[in-house]
Every structure is written in C-alpha cells, then in structure tokens.
Design a binder for this molecule. Structure first.
Ligand code: ZN
Length: 304
C-alpha cells in the first residue's frame, strides 16, 4: 500500500488541485422587503386593493411586450449534459440540478483565476475555451480549459458520496485490461479504447502509454480540509501511464516556476478528445496523464 499510496500521493495533489466546490446557493430567494416591523408583532397593513384596469382603448393600442428571452444557449447546453434544468429569467438565470439545488449561471462577482477555481459559478466552468488539434505548449498563464469545475453539479450528476459513486461504476475494457468507470461515461471510454487499439495496430509503440500500470481511474478523494473533490472521485477521469507523463507540480521549482512539458503522442490525445475527454496537457498547469470526460467542452452549443 505504501508504494501505491506514494504513487497516488503525487497524483493526489494533481487531482486535489483540480477539484472544486460549489458556492452557497446564490439563487435562494432574497428576503421579502415587505413584512412585519422589527419586533415582528405588528399586524401587517391590509394589502392595497388594486385599481380596476382601465378599459382598453379603441385602436391598435400599445405593441405587445416582447416575449422574455430564453436562457443563454450555453446554459441550456450545459444543462443537457448534466441532467439539469435552466430556471429564472433574463435578470438572473440559474441551473436547477437533479438533486433539487439551484445554482447561479453568473453570480456577477469579479474573480481572480484562483477564485474561479475555488468558487465558480456555472458560467465560469466554460470561461476558458477548449481547443483540439496539434499539441502545442501552453504558455498563457492559467489557461486551464476544463480545470474549473462546479463540484455540486458533478455530485448531482454522478453521486454525492463515495458509496453512491461506487455503486454506479462499471467495468470497462481499456486496451487489454479492465478499469472501473462511471456508468454515464463508460461507453465513451470504451470507444476511446477502440480508437486506441486501432492506433496501436498502426503504431505499436503507442501501447506503452496506455497499457501496463496505469495511474488509475476512480478514487474518492476530497482536497484536504475542504469538501472539494477530485474529478477521479466521480469515476469520470483516467490517468494513463504515469512514467510517460509530466505534471507541473513535479516540475515546479522552489520559486514556483515551471515550464509546460509533454511526452504523450498526438494519436493518444486525439483518441480521447474525439470522445469528449479533456486532456490535462491542454493546461498551463499541465497534467499529461490525465483525461476526464467533459463533453460540454467539445460541444459548440456550450461555447460562451
Ligand atoms: Zn488524473
């Protein structure tokens, strides 16, 4: 276990750094401005009787009010991927999750990158566009598409406790071995495996990146002293072969600097991205073993 723990210890920082918690429900109804006086005992004044509506004037009359705008397209898109429902109005859109909680689309707060990581609204999770294509160094500071996650949305979609997620894990054949993955993402991972096997048939050297000792899939793990969970906690992430991978925390100097590094071949990345898996090698805070199922990042309708 020590060896495993040590290996995962390195990973745990990665995963812990990636996971996020939701903020307090910002969509809770605001207290009514009407109501009793301070001691709470006053009898409320009777509600004013509305004046009768005037009879409609003859003629064309005023133009009908325009229909209220619907929810932002990206919110509707996100809702579709996570079994949630847009609610509200143009003044304040929110997302009602399957667990009954409601969360702000845009909380209106100015945030630093670290604050968006720690307390994102739903819009923040889509705020950094994910781009596929030729692998390229990521030098733009904090360009981490997909690293901002809304933890409560994940809990609602995949399970809010270890046992709840574990009960929804299924076996997936992954390039010659069996791994546990969330039932909602299992078919996508199986398709990745099919793509990888085809790529390996053409280029056998690719096998070394995705067979043998993998970094792992499911592991329920909150960040220390927080309620924020790693993406691996939900059974939607896989770390491929660790010895072929690079991770910013391993490379960080005592001064805190690091330089994007990657050894994972393009064909491996392409196979995952084609099935909706975001790659940690697309991040300034690179984690090149890490792939997680985030179909919303690949859905054009979810673009802000
Ligand atoms: Zn990972």
């Amino acid at each position: 276990m020590l060896g495993s723990a040590a290996r995962h210890g390195a990973l745990s920082v990665s995963c812990a750094m990636l996971a996020l918690a939701c903020s307090a429900d910002p969509s809770a109804p605001a207290p009514s401005v009407a109501g009793p006086t301070d001691d709470g005992t006053a009898t409320p004044a009777p509600a004013p009787v509305p004046a009768p509506a005037p009879a409609p004037a003859p003629g064309p009359g005023p133009a009908p009010a325009p229909a209220p705008d619907g929810p932002p397209a990206a919110l509707t898109c996100l809702a579709g991927h996570y079994g949630a429902t847009p609610v509200g109005s143009a003044a304040a859109w929110s997302l009602r999750l399957a667990d009954g909680t409601t969360h702000a689309w845009d909380d209106g707060l100015p945030k630093t990158f670290d604050e968006r990581l720690a307390q994102p609204d739903l819009q923040d999770t889509l705020s950094i566009p994910y781009a596929v294509g030729a692998i390229a160094p990521v030098n733009a500071k904090d360009h981490d598409p997909g690293r901002i996650r809304h933890d409560r949305m994940f809990k609602s979609a995949f399970g809010d406790a270890e046992a709840a997620v574990r009960a929804r894990l299924v076996d997936v054949a992954f390039v010659g071995q069996t791994v546990k993955f969330h039932t909602k993402a299992a078919a996508a991972l199986a398709r990745v495996s099919t793509r990888l096997e085809a790529a390996i048939a053409n280029t056998p050297s690719l096998s070394a990146y995705v067979t043998g000792t993998l970094g792992g899939t499911f592991e329920w793990r909150p960040i220390a002293n927080t309620q924020r969970m790693s993406a691996h906690s939900y059974g939607i992430a896989i770390d491929i072969v660790v010895s072929k991978s690079d991770y910013w925390e391993w490379d960080k100097t005592p001064q805190g600097t690091f330089t994007w590094t990657n050894r994972i071949p393009q064909a491996i990345v392409d196979a995952f991205e084609a099935e909706g898996f975001a790659w940690g090698g697309r991040w300034y805070h690179y984690d090149t073993m890490h792939f997680e199922y985030r179909p919303e990042l690949f859905d054009a309708r979810c673009k802000l």
